[in-house]
Ligand binder design. Structure first.
Ligand code: ATP
Ligand code: MG
Length: 632
């Protein structure tokens, strides 16, 4: 562990020196004067005075050496369309898009709201914003009109870019009626809506503010739009957190720090090099998509694969066939997606030639041990869990394979990443916890480059929400509950809001979920705490089975429930035993794949789950209600 330890220590003891060296990975049009301006803590201004541009670093800079290399391969199993763009072609498309946007009045500092499916134009739009110095705010394509309206009012965009429709699992989702409704609800009056017409939806928005992209693209076909050289700390984008625990927060990102952090992470964490192909199976509406579908792979000179579709259509082997077909070297997705695949025939995975693949990275939710073991076994490749947040923009905890390939430990995403002064602290005293003691995962000031600059339009909220003084130090709370072992490996036990207090014993939801999922019949599980007169709180479990038929009959259900409870007793002790196990076909999740435990707890306590703007499929709530009624 010496190489990792030295590396990490240097990054914490001498951050200025450390990040000055990393900053050479990107192009600076004007050199920075100060590596880190800490004059206004807890705010940081990385590379103050330096001027650069994310689009230049992602595209222009590569033209001399890799113009003919593929930059973007877009695959849709929904439409059956594949489109490839070399760096030279992507550069041209981004210039056209930038020229079109400029003609519609988009300028430096203006916001552009991007409400698009996973199509190449989404990448063009993001990079065109970066080129112009405009601030993008990407909203998951197909998000409900009310959520879209709220984001319109928060970002006050000069332009919205949308498409006629998206497609998911064979279902076409018309976007334009949603945009129409959102605009009607919003108080901010956006000047224009740019429409990418995929010819998917019969119904199309037809209001006066609509502008069709295609004719304008023709008009600006040969356009070259120079990059705006932004000061390192000007905003690049606003992105909302997943909204798992309440009102989403608008995370504002900078320019230079983000570019440097991403470039470094590609080597140290993802062990990827220019010329490699990376497939991040995620969505551009989520931070993983921003960082590891678009910006990082392109900044590092890779080929990035953009995928529209689900992991199980036309069948559960599709992702692995893509690995074979495109020679994918690095893959990144979420545990949620793997739990979906786990219900498929493993032969589908083994049928593809995966020899190009070096590692599979996972982030977003706890990776339960059975799923980790299953995927590791099926793939025969390293599976690297990594833990981070929309706020940080890149991993906080990971095995940093490019520094030292420490042995992974099941159940832990690994060790703190360079740049992050991670301390698990006692929730009450704020003192650092001893190894093996549970507490809140905190990060010291300064946060490394790439992390959120502030909450969009609300610096107070940034300070008040995230920062506090603990044991004399100014610290950032992740709001996650964790434990660090003697070797420095951190396990995430759940969110601090979700900690269950049973007769004065505190459990992270993750601990009980992990115990339950060690049973072979379980595909997915959510544990929530509900109020109990005697014990304060008791855990309730909601389980999705690998084979739904296994609990079809009441008798089977009772037997399986007993077996699952016995598993918890064995792994965790009877004190952590759920009061009930409910079997459901689906659990409520956010679009980014996070369990909405709060909504589940509300339903279980007979309360209204409230507004869930980021829910993936509201039908999951109906199923929960039914399950609670049936067995409750
Ligand atoms: P909100 O902040 O709006 O409630 P959110 O926290 O779900 O939503 P994201 O930023 O998308 O929004 O998710 C970050 C959170 O996801 C982390 O704080 C953590 O709870 C969880 N998470 C991410 N990666 C991992 C991981 N590898 N293991 C365990 N948990 C993870
Ligand atoms: Mg969060």
């Amino acid at each position: 562990m010496t190489r990792y330890r030295d590396f990490h220590r240097r990054s914490i003891d001498a951050p200025d020196e450390f990040w000055r060296a990393e900053a050479t990975r990107i192009h600076w049009e004007t050199p920075f004067q100060t590596v880190l301006d800490r004059s206004n803590p807890p705010f940081t201004r990385w590379f103050a005075g330096g001027r650069t541009n994310l689009c230049h670093n992602a595209l222009d800079r590569h033209l001399a050496t890799r113009a003919q290399q593929n930059a973007l391969i877009s695959v849709s199993t929904e439409t059956g369309i594949e489109r490839r763009f070399t760096y030279a072609e992507l550069y041209d498309e981004v210039n056209r898009m930038a020229a079109v946007m400029r003609s519609l009045g988009v300028a430096r500092g203006e916001r552009v709201l991007i409400y698009l499916p996973m199509i190449p134009e989404a990448v063009f739009t993001v990079l065109a914003c970066a080129r112009l110095g405009a601030i993008h705010s990407v909203v998951f394509g197909g998000f409900a009109a009310a959520s879209l309206a709220a984001r319109i009012d928060d970002a006050k965009p000069a332009l919205i870019v949308t498409a006629d429709a998206g497609a998911r699992g064979g279902k076409v989702i018309d976007y334009t009626p949603l945009v129409d409704e959102a605009l009607a609800r919003a108080s901010h009056q956006t000047a224009r809506v740019l429409l990418i017409d995929r010819q998917l939806a019969p119904e199309r928005l037809n209001a006066s503010y609509l502008v069709a992209y295609e004719p304008l693209r023709e008009q600006y076909f040969n356009a070259h739009v120079p990059c705006e050289w932004l000061e390192s700390n000007e905003p690049s984008y606003v992105l909302y957190t997943s909204g798992t625990t309440g009102r989403p927060k608008g995370v504002q990102r900078d320019v230079g720090g983000y570019a440097v952090a991403l470039a470094a992470s590609m080597e140290y964490i993802f062990q990827a090099q220019a010329g490699d192909t990376m497939f991040t199976a995620s969505d551009i509406g989520w931070v993983v998509g921003h960082s590891y579908i678009i910006y990082a792979p392109l900044i590092a000179g890779l080929t990035t694969v953009l995928y529209e579709g689900t992991p199980v259509r036309p069948d559960g082997g599709i992702w692995w066939r893509l690995v074979e077909q495109y020679g994918i070297n690095v893959m990144f997705t979420s545990p949620t997606a793997l739990r979906v695949l786990k219900k498929q025939d493993p032969a589908l995975m083994k049928a593809a030639d995966l020899s190009s693949l070096r590692a599979l990275f996972l982030a977003g939710e706890p990776l339960d041990e059975p799923t980790a073991a299953w995927i590791q076994d099926a793939l025969g490749k390293p599976v690297v869990d990594n833990y981070w947040q929309t706020e940080t923009g890149w991993p906080i905890i990971a095995i940093q394979r490019g520094i030292e390939a420490l042995p992974p430990k099941l159940g832990s995403p690994g060790v703190p990443v360079y740049g992050y002064n991670l301390v698990v602290r006692n929730e009450v005293t704020g003192e650092p916890c001893a190894p093996g003691e549970k507490g809140v995962v905190t990060l010291g000031y300064p946060l490394p480059p790439g992390c959120m600059a502030t909450v969009w339009g609300d610096g107070r909220r940034f300070v008040d929400t995230y920062w506090s003084e603990m044991a004399g130090a100014q610290v950032y709370s992740t709001f996650d509950w964790g434990i660090q072992d003697d070797d420095g490996y951190v396990s995430i036990l759940g969110r601090t809001d979700d900690v269950i207090n049973v007769a004065s014993h505190r459990f992270g939801t993750r601990e009980i979920e992990e115990a339950l999922s060690s049973h072979a019949a379980v595909a997915e599980v959510a544990v929530v705490g509900v109020t109990d007169e005697q014990k304060g709180q008791v855990p309730l479990a909601f389980v999705v089975l690998r084979d739904a038929q296994a609990a079809a009959a009441p008798d089977d259900r009772r037997k399986l429930e007993a077996a699952l409870l016995a598993t918890v007793d064995r792994n965790l002790g009877a004190i952590g035993r759920p009061a009930r196990v409910h079997f459901v076909a689906m659990l409520p999740k956010t679009r980014s794949g996070k369990l909405l435990r709060r909504a589940i707890a509300a339903l279980a306590e007979g309360r209204d789950p409230g507004d869930l703007p980021t829910i993936e499929d509201p039908a999951a709530l109906q199923m929960l209600r039914a399950a609670l009624g049936e067995t409750g």
